[in-house]
Write a protein that binds this ligand. Structure first.
Ligand code: ADP
Ligand code: ADP
Length: 228
């Protein structure tokens, strides 16, 4: 579902990615684990081409994104949802307005938008909260809005940028449970980056361990992590 080959990214003299290969299968939850500065967020931004890699290719759902023009990319990115550590919600818009935002950009008609927003809010456990503003919500609820918004375009893959790092352990658990449920029920492929081994252990099928812009080890969790 996601194929990354020979990915390099330089920022001036800094080598952020030094030849990364990654293969995420359809329907799996794939974790990229590493310490700060390892290159995880650069990798994630290169997967949806928010950042142009210096070299290498990225293919998502059969489409080679690195070969597309900016215009073609805008369309292709609809199939890629993303959630963020600090939620990235629009504070002036309601919960429903945040979830509706990508639908508005896609030109989805108003009635269809309303129906779809209600459906998405139900899916993430926020039915009836559409009229609230983000400041009225807890951190976990804000992330649920972020997830609903990310799913608005019916994406093939969800990218998660440290989505639980700003949350307490109980809330982290409930958000990870939601991601697991979406993975199981919708068949959603998820690529997540994290610096927490516990996150990888509790939700991921496969993992790549990164350091200094390279993948040091990768494979199925069951093969890599043996718990006594
Ligand atoms: P991680 O997400 O694992 O913490 P990053 O991808 O943020 O790692 O960073 C990898 C390396 O690339 C670091 O050395 C970082 O300083 C550098 N880097 C990341 N983004 C930029 C940028 N926009 N400009 C310059 N250097 C950057
Ligand atoms: P904003 O003022 O932030 O633009 P709106 O109230 O205009 O928010 O709603 C934005 C979008 O969300 C619209 O597409 C609307 O159809 C939809 N919407 C608004 N309220 C609800 C709700 N309670 N449930 C579902 N969809 C809603």
């Amino acid at each position: 579902m996601i194929q990354v080959s020979g990915l390099r990214k330089l920022y001036g003299d800094t080598v952020a990615l030094d030849g990364v290969d990654l293969h995420v299968r359809e329907g799996e939850i794939y974790g990229v684990l590493g310490e700060s500065g390892a290159g995880k967020s650069t990798l994630l931004r290169c997967v949806n081409l928010l950042e142009r890699p210096t070299a290498g290719t990225v293919t998502v759902a059969g489409q080679e994104l690195t070969a597309l023009t900016e215009r073609e990319l805008n369309r292709a990115r609809r199939r890629i949802g993303m959630i963020h550590q600090h939620f990235a919600l629009l504070s002036s818009r309601t919960v429903a307005g945040n979830v509706a935002f990508p639908l508005e950009v896609m030109g989805v008609p108003r009635a269809e938008r309303r129906r779809r927003v209600a459906e998405l809010l139900d899916l993430v456990g926020l039915g009836g909260r559409g009229g609230d503003h983000p400041h009225q919500l807890s951190g976990g609820q804000k992330q649920r809005v972020g997830i609903a918004r990310a799913l608005a375009g019916d994406p093939a893959v969800l990218l998660s940028d440290e989505a639980t790092s700003a949350l307490d352990p109980a809330t982290t658990h409930s958000i990870l449970d939601l991601l697991k449920r979406l993975n199981a029920e919708l068949g959603l492929t998820i690529l997540l980056i994290t610096h927490e081994m516990d996150v990888v252990k509790s939700v991921c099928d496969s993992v790549a361990i990164m350091a200094d812009g390279r993948v040091r080890e990768s494979g199925r969790i069951a093969d890599l992590i043996r718990t006594p």
